[in-house]
Design a protein around this ligand. Sequence first.
Ligand SMILES: [Ca+2]
Ligand SMILES: [Ca+2]
Ligand SMILES: [Ca+2]
Length: 364
Amino acid sequence: MASYINKQVIELNKVTEENRNRATRNVKTETHLSGPEDSGRRLYRMVAVSFGMLCVLQVTLNISLRLVYNRGMGDKTNVTAEKDQLQTSYNTLTKEKDQLQTSYNTSYNTLAKEKGQLQTSYNTLAKEKGQLQTSYNTLVEEKIQLQTSYNTLAKEKGQLQTSYNTLAKEKGQLQTSYNTLVEEKIQLQTSYNTLVKEKDQLQTSYNTLTEERDQQKRENNDLMAKFSNLKQTCPKGWQKFESSWYFISTETKTWRESSQDCQERGADLVIINSDKEQEFLFGLNKRAWIGLTDSVNEGIWKWVDGTPLTISHWYPQQPDNGGDNPANGEEDCVELNTETWLPVKAWNDQSCLDNRHWICEKVV
Ligand SMILES: [Ca+2]
Ligand SMILES: [Ca+2]
Ligand SMILES: [Ca+2]
Protein backbone atom coordinates (compact mmCIF):
# COMPACT_ATOMS: atom_id res chain seq x y z
CA MET A 1 0.00 0.00 0.00
CA ALA A 2 2.79 2.41 0.88
CA SER A 3 4.63 1.68 -2.30
CA TYR A 4 1.46 2.28 -4.24
CA ILE A 5 0.99 5.71 -2.59
CA ASN A 6 4.57 6.62 -3.15
CA LYS A 7 4.27 5.61 -6.75
CA GLN A 8 1.20 7.83 -7.13
CA VAL A 9 2.93 10.73 -5.36
CA ILE A 10 5.93 10.41 -7.62
CA GLU A 11 3.67 10.28 -10.69
CA LEU A 12 1.71 13.31 -9.44
CA ASN A 13 4.93 15.22 -8.80
CA LYS A 14 6.13 14.45 -12.33
CA VAL A 15 2.92 15.74 -13.81
CA THR A 16 3.10 18.81 -11.62
CA GLU A 17 6.70 19.40 -12.61
CA GLU A 18 5.86 18.95 -16.25
CA ASN A 19 3.00 21.44 -16.04
CA ARG A 20 5.16 23.87 -14.16
CA ASN A 21 7.86 23.68 -16.82
CA ARG A 22 5.31 24.12 -19.59
CA ALA A 23 3.89 27.14 -17.82
CA THR A 24 7.36 28.51 -17.36
CA ARG A 25 8.07 28.03 -21.08
CA ASN A 26 4.85 29.73 -21.98
CA VAL A 27 5.63 32.58 -19.65
CA LYS A 28 9.10 32.86 -21.17
CA THR A 29 7.61 32.80 -24.65
CA GLU A 30 5.05 35.38 -23.74
CA THR A 31 7.66 37.72 -22.32
CA HIS A 32 8.91 38.20 -25.90
CA LEU A 33 5.48 39.57 -26.99
CA SER A 34 5.01 43.24 -27.18
CA GLY A 35 2.43 45.52 -25.52
CA PRO A 36 -0.80 44.41 -27.20
CA GLU A 37 -0.35 40.80 -25.71
CA ASP A 38 -0.34 41.78 -22.00
CA SER A 39 -3.90 40.48 -21.43
CA GLY A 40 -2.98 36.99 -22.75
CA ARG A 41 0.07 36.93 -20.58
CA ARG A 42 -1.97 37.61 -17.44
CA LEU A 43 -4.31 34.72 -18.29
CA TYR A 44 -1.30 32.37 -18.65
CA ARG A 45 -0.04 33.44 -15.27
CA MET A 46 -3.38 32.81 -13.60
CA VAL A 47 -3.55 29.29 -15.05
CA ALA A 48 0.05 28.54 -13.97
CA VAL A 49 -0.61 29.80 -10.44
CA SER A 50 -3.73 27.57 -10.25
CA PHE A 51 -1.65 24.58 -11.24
CA GLY A 52 0.99 25.43 -8.63
CA MET A 53 -1.66 25.62 -5.91
CA LEU A 54 -3.08 22.23 -6.99
CA CYS A 55 0.40 20.72 -6.79
CA VAL A 56 0.91 22.11 -3.29
CA LEU A 57 -2.46 20.67 -2.27
CA GLN A 58 -1.51 17.24 -3.70
CA VAL A 59 1.85 17.21 -1.86
CA THR A 60 0.08 18.12 1.36
CA LEU A 61 -2.35 15.26 0.82
CA ASN A 62 0.50 12.78 0.15
CA ILE A 63 2.29 13.84 3.33
CA SER A 64 -0.90 13.43 5.31
CA LEU A 65 -1.39 9.95 3.89
CA ARG A 66 2.17 9.01 4.76
CA LEU A 67 1.76 10.23 8.33
CA VAL A 68 -1.46 8.28 8.67
CA TYR A 69 0.22 5.23 7.30
CA ASN A 70 3.23 5.57 9.63
CA ARG A 71 1.07 6.04 12.66
CA GLY A 72 0.80 2.30 12.49
CA MET A 73 -1.43 -0.23 11.32
CA GLY A 74 -3.21 -0.06 14.71
CA ASP A 75 -6.65 -0.07 13.63
CA LYS A 76 -6.75 -1.83 10.35
CA THR A 77 -10.45 -1.35 9.95
CA ASN A 78 -10.10 2.39 10.42
CA VAL A 79 -7.14 2.49 8.16
CA THR A 80 -9.01 0.65 5.50
CA ALA A 81 -11.88 3.03 5.82
CA GLU A 82 -9.58 6.01 5.72
CA LYS A 83 -7.76 4.45 2.81
CA ASP A 84 -11.04 4.16 0.96
CA GLN A 85 -11.80 7.73 1.76
CA LEU A 86 -8.37 8.83 0.63
CA GLN A 87 -8.73 6.68 -2.49
CA THR A 88 -12.01 8.41 -3.17
CA SER A 89 -10.41 11.78 -2.56
CA TYR A 90 -7.53 10.84 -4.75
CA ASN A 91 -9.86 9.78 -7.52
CA THR A 92 -11.76 12.98 -7.16
CA LEU A 93 -8.55 14.98 -7.27
CA THR A 94 -7.36 12.98 -10.27
CA LYS A 95 -10.60 13.66 -12.01
CA GLU A 96 -10.38 17.36 -11.16
CA LYS A 97 -6.77 17.34 -12.31
CA ASP A 98 -7.86 15.86 -15.66
CA GLN A 99 -10.59 18.48 -15.97
CA LEU A 100 -8.05 21.18 -15.17
CA GLN A 101 -5.69 19.65 -17.71
CA THR A 102 -8.45 19.74 -20.30
CA SER A 103 -9.35 23.34 -19.38
CA TYR A 104 -5.69 24.24 -19.53
CA ASN A 105 -5.29 22.73 -22.99
CA THR A 106 -8.45 24.44 -24.19
CA SER A 107 -7.31 27.78 -22.74
CA TYR A 108 -3.87 27.27 -24.20
CA ASN A 109 -5.25 26.67 -27.68
CA THR A 110 -7.58 29.62 -27.38
CA LEU A 111 -4.77 31.82 -26.16
CA ALA A 112 -2.48 30.55 -28.92
CA LYS A 113 -5.17 31.33 -31.45
CA GLU A 114 -5.71 34.80 -29.93
CA LYS A 115 -1.96 35.28 -29.85
CA GLY A 116 -1.85 34.55 -33.61
CA GLN A 117 -4.64 37.03 -34.20
CA LEU A 118 -2.90 39.58 -32.02
CA GLN A 119 0.33 38.97 -33.91
CA THR A 120 -1.51 39.56 -37.17
CA SER A 121 -3.04 42.74 -35.77
CA TYR A 122 0.37 43.76 -34.56
CA ASN A 123 1.88 43.20 -37.99
CA THR A 124 -0.95 45.16 -39.59
CA LEU A 125 -0.49 47.97 -37.10
CA ALA A 126 3.26 47.92 -37.67
CA LYS A 127 2.66 48.16 -41.42
CA GLU A 128 0.19 51.01 -40.92
CA LYS A 129 2.67 52.65 -38.57
CA GLY A 130 5.28 52.48 -41.35
CA GLN A 131 2.84 54.06 -43.79
CA LEU A 132 1.94 56.72 -41.23
CA GLN A 133 5.64 57.37 -40.68
CA THR A 134 6.09 57.81 -44.44
CA SER A 135 3.09 60.16 -44.55
CA TYR A 136 4.46 62.00 -41.55
CA ASN A 137 7.82 62.43 -43.25
CA THR A 138 6.10 63.67 -46.40
CA LEU A 139 4.05 66.11 -44.35
CA VAL A 140 7.16 67.34 -42.55
CA GLU A 141 8.83 67.92 -45.91
CA GLU A 142 5.76 69.75 -47.23
CA LYS A 143 5.62 71.77 -44.02
CA ILE A 144 9.22 72.86 -44.58
CA GLN A 145 8.39 73.88 -48.15
CA LEU A 146 5.29 75.74 -46.95
CA GLN A 147 7.37 77.47 -44.29
CA THR A 148 9.83 78.56 -47.00
CA SER A 149 6.94 79.83 -49.16
CA TYR A 150 5.43 81.60 -46.16
CA ASN A 151 8.74 83.32 -45.40
CA THR A 152 9.02 84.43 -49.04
CA LEU A 153 5.44 85.73 -49.03
CA ALA A 154 6.00 87.50 -45.72
CA LYS A 155 9.04 89.23 -47.22
CA GLU A 156 7.10 90.23 -50.35
CA LYS A 157 4.24 91.42 -48.16
CA GLY A 158 6.68 93.66 -46.30
CA GLN A 159 7.92 95.14 -49.59
CA LEU A 160 4.33 95.67 -50.77
CA GLN A 161 3.46 97.32 -47.46
CA THR A 162 6.40 99.69 -47.94
CA SER A 163 5.27 100.49 -51.49
CA TYR A 164 1.72 100.99 -50.27
CA ASN A 165 2.87 103.39 -47.57
CA THR A 166 4.87 105.37 -50.13
CA LEU A 167 1.90 105.52 -52.50
CA ALA A 168 -0.42 106.54 -49.68
CA LYS A 169 1.95 109.37 -48.77
CA GLU A 170 2.16 110.52 -52.41
CA LYS A 171 -1.63 110.29 -52.68
CA GLY A 172 -1.96 112.56 -49.65
CA GLN A 173 0.38 115.11 -51.24
CA LEU A 174 -1.55 114.93 -54.52
CA GLN A 175 -4.84 115.34 -52.64
CA THR A 176 -3.45 118.47 -50.96
CA SER A 177 -2.33 119.85 -54.33
CA TYR A 178 -5.71 119.00 -55.81
CA ASN A 179 -7.54 120.78 -52.99
CA THR A 180 -5.32 123.84 -53.47
CA LEU A 181 -6.00 123.82 -57.21
CA VAL A 182 -9.73 123.47 -56.61
CA GLU A 183 -9.66 126.43 -54.24
CA GLU A 184 -7.67 128.51 -56.75
CA LYS A 185 -10.11 127.46 -59.49
CA ILE A 186 -13.05 128.64 -57.36
CA GLN A 187 -11.31 131.99 -56.76
CA LEU A 188 -10.55 132.30 -60.48
CA GLN A 189 -14.16 131.41 -61.30
CA THR A 190 -15.35 134.11 -58.90
CA SER A 191 -12.97 136.63 -60.46
CA TYR A 192 -14.08 135.51 -63.91
CA ASN A 193 -17.76 135.92 -63.00
CA THR A 194 -17.05 139.38 -61.58
CA LEU A 195 -15.15 140.33 -64.74
CA VAL A 196 -17.96 138.97 -66.94
CA LYS A 197 -20.48 140.99 -64.94
CA GLU A 198 -18.33 144.14 -65.20
CA LYS A 199 -17.84 143.45 -68.90
CA ASP A 200 -21.62 143.14 -69.35
CA GLN A 201 -22.13 146.41 -67.48
CA LEU A 202 -19.43 148.06 -69.61
CA GLN A 203 -21.05 146.60 -72.73
CA THR A 204 -24.40 147.98 -71.65
CA SER A 205 -22.81 151.36 -70.96
CA TYR A 206 -21.02 151.15 -74.29
CA ASN A 207 -24.25 150.29 -76.11
CA THR A 208 -26.07 153.14 -74.33
CA LEU A 209 -23.29 155.57 -75.19
CA THR A 210 -23.19 154.29 -78.77
CA GLU A 211 -26.96 154.71 -79.08
CA GLU A 212 -26.80 158.15 -77.53
CA ARG A 213 -23.93 159.02 -79.86
CA ASP A 214 -25.85 157.74 -82.90
CA GLN A 215 -28.97 159.61 -81.75
CA GLN A 216 -26.91 162.74 -81.31
CA LYS A 217 -25.37 162.20 -84.73
CA ARG A 218 -28.83 161.76 -86.30
CA GLU A 219 -30.10 164.86 -84.56
CA ASN A 220 -27.03 166.73 -85.75
CA ASN A 221 -27.60 165.49 -89.28
CA ASP A 222 -31.26 166.50 -89.12
CA LEU A 223 -30.33 169.92 -87.82
CA MET A 224 -27.68 170.25 -90.48
CA ALA A 225 -30.17 169.15 -93.16
CA LYS A 226 -32.82 171.54 -91.91
CA PHE A 227 -30.27 174.27 -91.70
CA SER A 228 -29.11 173.46 -95.20
CA ASN A 229 -32.69 173.37 -96.52
CA LEU A 230 -33.47 176.62 -94.86
CA LYS A 231 -30.66 178.16 -96.79
CA GLN A 232 -32.08 176.71 -100.01
CA THR A 233 -34.65 178.59 -102.00
CA CYS A 234 -38.02 176.97 -102.68
CA PRO A 235 -38.30 174.90 -105.87
CA LYS A 236 -40.45 176.36 -108.64
CA GLY A 237 -44.19 175.81 -108.03
CA TRP A 238 -43.72 175.32 -104.23
CA GLN A 239 -44.44 177.72 -101.37
CA LYS A 240 -42.61 177.89 -98.10
CA PHE A 241 -44.28 178.19 -94.67
CA GLU A 242 -42.21 177.84 -91.53
CA SER A 243 -40.18 174.58 -91.96
CA SER A 244 -42.21 173.08 -94.82
CA TRP A 245 -42.64 173.49 -98.55
CA TYR A 246 -46.09 173.19 -100.08
CA PHE A 247 -47.13 172.26 -103.60
CA ILE A 248 -50.65 173.32 -104.75
CA SER A 249 -51.86 171.50 -107.85
CA THR A 250 -53.41 173.30 -110.79
CA GLU A 251 -55.41 170.26 -111.92
CA THR A 252 -57.81 167.95 -110.05
CA LYS A 253 -57.59 164.21 -109.29
CA THR A 254 -59.04 161.56 -106.96
CA TRP A 255 -57.64 161.40 -103.41
CA ARG A 256 -55.44 158.30 -104.19
CA GLU A 257 -54.12 159.78 -107.47
CA SER A 258 -53.33 162.98 -105.64
CA SER A 259 -51.45 161.09 -102.89
CA GLN A 260 -49.46 159.20 -105.55
CA ASP A 261 -48.56 162.50 -107.29
CA CYS A 262 -47.18 163.90 -104.03
CA GLN A 263 -45.06 160.78 -103.44
CA GLU A 264 -43.63 161.12 -106.96
CA ARG A 265 -42.57 164.61 -105.95
CA GLY A 266 -40.70 163.30 -102.88
CA ALA A 267 -43.48 164.50 -100.56
CA ASP A 268 -47.00 163.44 -99.39
CA LEU A 269 -50.44 164.94 -98.98
CA VAL A 270 -50.33 167.67 -96.35
CA ILE A 271 -50.52 166.90 -92.64
CA ILE A 272 -51.94 169.76 -90.62
CA ASN A 273 -50.24 170.05 -87.25
CA SER A 274 -51.44 173.41 -85.95
CA ASP A 275 -53.99 176.19 -86.30
CA LYS A 276 -51.30 178.35 -87.90
CA GLU A 277 -50.69 175.77 -90.63
CA GLN A 278 -54.49 175.39 -91.07
CA GLU A 279 -54.89 179.15 -91.52
CA PHE A 280 -51.92 179.30 -93.96
CA LEU A 281 -53.44 176.53 -96.10
CA PHE A 282 -56.88 178.09 -95.94
CA GLY A 283 -55.27 181.28 -97.23
CA LEU A 284 -54.15 179.46 -100.42
CA ASN A 285 -57.81 179.49 -101.41
CA LYS A 286 -57.95 176.07 -103.10
CA ARG A 287 -60.60 173.43 -102.43
CA ALA A 288 -58.12 170.54 -102.15
CA TRP A 289 -57.39 167.07 -100.67
CA ILE A 290 -55.40 166.88 -97.44
CA GLY A 291 -53.63 163.74 -96.11
CA LEU A 292 -56.43 162.53 -93.76
CA THR A 293 -58.65 159.38 -94.28
CA ASP A 294 -60.75 156.74 -92.50
CA SER A 295 -60.69 154.33 -95.46
CA VAL A 296 -59.01 151.57 -93.36
CA ASN A 297 -61.45 151.66 -90.41
CA GLU A 298 -64.64 153.72 -90.69
CA GLY A 299 -64.61 156.57 -88.12
CA ILE A 300 -60.91 156.05 -87.23
CA TRP A 301 -59.12 159.01 -88.83
CA LYS A 302 -55.41 158.74 -89.55
CA TRP A 303 -52.87 160.94 -91.35
CA VAL A 304 -50.92 159.54 -94.28
CA ASP A 305 -47.85 158.94 -92.08
CA GLY A 306 -49.96 156.65 -89.82
CA THR A 307 -50.30 159.10 -86.90
CA PRO A 308 -53.77 159.46 -85.34
CA LEU A 309 -55.82 162.65 -85.49
CA THR A 310 -55.32 164.89 -82.43
CA ILE A 311 -56.06 168.46 -83.57
CA SER A 312 -59.07 168.66 -85.88
CA HIS A 313 -60.74 171.49 -87.86
CA TRP A 314 -64.07 169.92 -88.88
CA TYR A 315 -66.93 172.00 -90.16
CA PRO A 316 -70.05 171.64 -87.97
CA GLN A 317 -71.98 168.35 -88.66
CA GLN A 318 -68.85 166.86 -90.27
CA PRO A 319 -67.65 164.22 -90.71
CA ASP A 320 -70.98 162.67 -91.77
CA ASN A 321 -69.80 159.88 -94.12
CA GLY A 322 -72.22 161.19 -96.76
CA GLY A 323 -75.16 161.73 -94.43
CA ASP A 324 -78.42 160.06 -95.51
CA ASN A 325 -77.93 160.91 -99.16
CA PRO A 326 -76.97 157.82 -101.20
CA ALA A 327 -75.75 160.12 -103.97
CA ASN A 328 -72.81 161.17 -101.78
CA GLY A 329 -71.59 157.59 -101.44
CA GLU A 330 -69.07 156.55 -98.80
CA GLU A 331 -67.07 159.56 -97.62
CA ASP A 332 -63.63 158.46 -96.35
CA CYS A 333 -61.29 161.24 -97.55
CA VAL A 334 -60.99 164.84 -96.28
CA GLU A 335 -61.05 168.02 -98.31
CA LEU A 336 -60.20 171.57 -97.31
CA ASN A 337 -63.18 173.62 -98.47
CA THR A 338 -62.04 177.24 -98.79
CA GLU A 339 -64.99 178.40 -100.80
CA THR A 340 -67.71 178.83 -98.21
CA TRP A 341 -66.36 177.94 -94.71
CA LEU A 342 -64.30 179.53 -91.95
CA PRO A 343 -60.52 179.03 -91.88
CA VAL A 344 -60.32 176.80 -88.78
CA LYS A 345 -63.65 175.07 -89.50
CA ALA A 346 -63.07 173.98 -93.10
CA TRP A 347 -62.74 170.13 -93.13
CA ASN A 348 -65.32 167.93 -94.81
CA ASP A 349 -65.29 164.19 -95.47
CA GLN A 350 -65.93 163.47 -99.14
CA SER A 351 -65.98 160.54 -101.53
CA CYS A 352 -62.37 159.62 -102.32
CA LEU A 353 -63.35 159.13 -105.97
CA ASP A 354 -64.25 162.79 -106.45
CA ASN A 355 -61.74 165.01 -108.24
CA ARG A 356 -60.16 167.83 -106.26
CA HIS A 357 -57.01 169.91 -106.25
CA TRP A 358 -54.47 168.62 -103.75
CA ILE A 359 -51.74 170.04 -101.53
CA CYS A 360 -48.41 168.30 -101.03
CA GLU A 361 -46.16 169.01 -98.05
CA LYS A 362 -42.41 168.41 -97.74
CA VAL A 363 -40.84 168.97 -94.34
CA VAL A 364 -37.40 170.58 -94.73
CA1 LIG B 1 -47.93 169.99 -91.68
CA1 LIG C 1 -66.10 157.96 -93.78
CA1 LIG D 1 -69.07 164.99 -95.52
